[in-house]
Ligand binder design. Structure first.
Ligand code: FIX
Ligand code: ZN
Length: 417
């Protein structure tokens, strides 16, 4: 394919490559349609996404009691959010804009602001044909779920042998083991795994529990979200469980461990999932794990913008560390742009720039449309910079690099022995 020599042709080539790039979404909260009410989709679920619930209460200062909202029907909650955040105030936040982007790309007219007509369209959709349509609109080859055996209703779907779909792959989520050992032991005991104390017997039983779920799920990786005060090494339970349960399981199954660090769970419990906050994490904990266990692969994303530069520098030092996503409170255009530039400037294509974290199926459409635009802008600047040196990239090379940044490097990383 011919080399690109002209900056405007280059810009067009980058925009095309990123727009057409097949993306792998490596972290979501989606479920197969057969897993009943676990898979969220449709306009009322879009509107009651916990990001928008937080924004509703931030906007409705003191005029809405938490319990009144939670006692409302999903439909009434959605209507209130639509009225408050879309009609009575400009829907200019990232989550608000996201709903509109999704609806528009589905071919719906948001200009008439007719929620009833939008609801009618969704009521006519069949999830089994709608799910692949959403993946096609978002441009994904597959997405990775969050499969948590410590959540009874999730485990029940697997106990009942509910079918999956090829578009959704598994990840074994193990937060309670690390952050709430007593709770984890309760669940394991109900499943016939008698872990109790933080001793070799307990660790062995926890590993046996994980082995059983690795066999059932065949996950791409294990994962846990961790608080800002996760340190390693440390005398704390978290560090002991990582060392004695997580690391041996990762080694035995050649499974990467994804650590999502910096969430302060339920700083406002009344908001439910919308009540989580952020704190600056300890990048040294990641450094110590990567250096102590060079044969274990770590996928890491951190929630605080403050951690990003130090973490990106660390990824240059540890070949067994792969960064991913602009997670949650970083998943906003201003921060995505900054993080994407910083990561490409220090890691080239050896990073997975984004994941959607979609909790509602239809969100895949906006989360990826918004990210593609930013990535195209950044890559245009970066290729234009090298063009100025006389290096002439081809369209195929640009497409190759875009794929690496949006799923290819992840697949290379997890496949490496
Ligand atoms: O721990 C996680 O996987 C987080 O992404 C979620 O708990 C969070 O609620 C979320 O969906 C953020 O986007
Ligand atoms: Zn998540």
């Amino acid at each position: 394919m011919s080399k690109l020599t002209d900056p405007s042709a280059l810009a067009r080539a980058v925009e095309k490559a990123v727009a057409e790039c097949t993306i792998t979404d490596i972290h979501t909260h989606l479920f197969p349609p057969a897993h009943d009410e676990l898979l969220l989709w449709g306009v009322d679920e879009l509107l009651t996404y916990h990001y928008l619930v937080a924004e509703l209460f931030a906007t409705n200062v003191g005029r809405l009691a938490y319990e009144n909202f939670w006692h409302m029907s999903k439909s009434d909650q959605a209507a209130l959010i639509w009225k408050t955040l879309f009609v009575e105030h400009g829907p200019i936040s990232e989550s608000q804009r996201g709903v509109l982007t999704t609806l528009r790309r589905l071919g719906l007219d948001v200009g008439n602001r007719d929620l009833g007509r939008i609801r009618k369209w969704f009521a006519e959709q069949n999830i089994d044909s709608y799910l692949p349509k959403v993946f096609e609109l978002a441009g994904l080859d597959y997405a990775v779920m969050t499969n948590d055996p410590f959540v009874p209703i999730e485990a029940q779907q697997w106990d009942d042998c509910k079918p999956g779909v090829d578009l959704l792959r598994t990840a074994l989520r193990i937060d309670p083991l690390i952050v709430n050992w007593p709770k984890a032991c309760e669940v394991m005991s109900e499943c016939g795994f008698e872990a109790e104390n933080l001793d070799e017997a307990g660790y062995a039983e926890a590993r046996r529990f994980l082995d059983s779920w690795v066999a059932r799920l065949n996950p791409l990786y294990m994962a846990a979200s961790l608080p800002p005060d996760f340190h390693f090494p440390a005398a704390a339970t978290m560090a002991s469980v990582v060392e004695n349960v997580v690391i041996p399981t990762a080694r035995q199954h050649n499974l990467p461990m994804a650590m999502m660090i910096g969430v302060r769970k339920r700083i406002n419990p009344a908001l439910g999932d919308a009540g989580d906050g952020v704190g600056t994490g300890d990048v040294t904990a990641v450094q110590n794990l990567c250096m102590k266990y060079p044969d274990v692969k770590f996928l890491v994303t951190m929630l605080s913008r403050v951690n990003q530069h130090e973490l990106t520098v660390l990824a240059r030092k540890c070949p067994n560390l792969h960064l991913f996503g602009c997670w949650w409170f970083c998943n906003n255009p201003s921060i995505i742009d900054e993080m994407t530039r910083q990561r490409i400037e220090m890691l080239g294509t050896a990073v997975t720039l984004q994941h959607s974290d979609a909790r509602v199926l239809d969100q895949l459409i906006y989360k990826w449309a918004h990210t593609r635009k930013i990535v195209a802008n950044v890559l245009t600047d970066k290729y234009t910079d090298i063009l100025a040196t006389g290096w002439q990239p081809t369209e195929a090379e640009i497409a190759r690099d875009a794929r690496d940044l949006l799923g290819g490097s992840f697949e290379d990383f997890i496949a490496a022995e």
